[in-house]
Design a protein around this ligand. Structure first.
Ligand code: MG
Length: 205
């Protein structure tokens, strides 16, 4: 199968006196999110979505909350592990979409910055990251931040070949050879056929 989907969800309660971090972004706000780690609810949801997409468990199975090593940990550590898992499985991210549910702070004004930060952490383009936010109307959850995330992964073509090539590269000469080979392969790809009009417009009367 060439594509796989993953879904993640997380929630953290707000707590006074701790820094607020969402999507790897430090946000100026009187309260932060309580958690064993830095409480970054969005990165946790994305991490679970990535792990779920390649069916290797969830964030809790890799980083148990009781483990002192992850106390106040930067959540990008969790995300990096998930990225490694999907690479090992031979997949790359096509796009990520997310929804935050929280009463405050307002995400709209910082959504662009958050999108750039998440894209940077994932190593993908900002245009492949969706950041949306809603208030928890009727949920009686004004002191909680929730995050939903979906990811789409695509199988890396010839992943085994790429790994073999990586392992066999020993010198700059080798790298040059590999680059030339890749260039040759790229030139061998048939150009996309030119679009032909369905009719000759001169014939329309
Ligand atoms: Mg969490």
């Amino acid at each position: 199968m060439n594509i796989r989907i993953g879904y993640g969800w997380d929630s953290h309660a707000f707590k006074p006196g701790v820094p607020l971090k969402i999507g790897g972004l430090s946000i100026d706000h009187p309260e932060g999110l309580a958690g064993h780690s830095d409480g970054d609810v969005l990165l946790h949801a994305i991490t679970d979505a990535l792990l779920g997409a390649v069916s290797v468990g969830d964030i809790g199975s890799f980083f148990p909350p009781g483990d002192a090593r992850w106390k106040d940990a930067d959540s990008s550590i969790f995300l990096n592990l998930a990225l490694e898992e999907i690479r090992n499985a031979g997949y790359r991210i096509v796009n990520v979409d997310t929804t935050l549910v929280l009463a405050a702070p307002k995400i709209g004004p910082i959504a662009g910055e958050m999108r750039d930060r998440v894209a940077e952490l994932l190593g993908i383009k900002p245009s492949d990251v969706g950041i949306k936010a809603k208030t928890p109307e009727g949920l009686n959850a004004d002191h909680v931040a929730q995050a939903h995330a979906v990811v789409l992964l695509q199988k890396i073509e010839n992943a085994d070949d790429l790994r073999v090539m990586e392992a066999s590269i020993e010198s700059e000469e080798e790298i040059e050879k590999v680059l030339q080979k890749i260039g040759t392969q790229a030139h061998d790809i048939d150009p996309r056929p030119a679009l032909k009009p369905l009719f000759d417009t001169d014939d329309i009367t």
